[in-house]
Design a protein around this ligand. Sequence first.
Ligand code: ZN
Length: 80
Amino acid sequence: MSYPEPNVANLLKCPYCGNDSEFFEITDDVITTTHYIQNRDGSFTISEKSSQALGDVKLFCASCEEDLSTLHQRFSEMIF
Ligand SMILES: [Zn+2]
């Protein structure tokens, strides 16, 4: 498999400090649903986990901690 070379101009970058490698996301009011399968010995194994955000999702720079929520749409399109 080969991927095209990433275009550096497309990197999401913090406009405040220039950080382009670490970001974090904070989500309000999340409902997490976890499906379990019970094994024959009575233990449980997670089969599926999903979460749904009911509140705001905010994006922050992990370096200077500025609110980058205006870039969140683009950020979420680039999560693979
Ligand atoms: Zn920053």
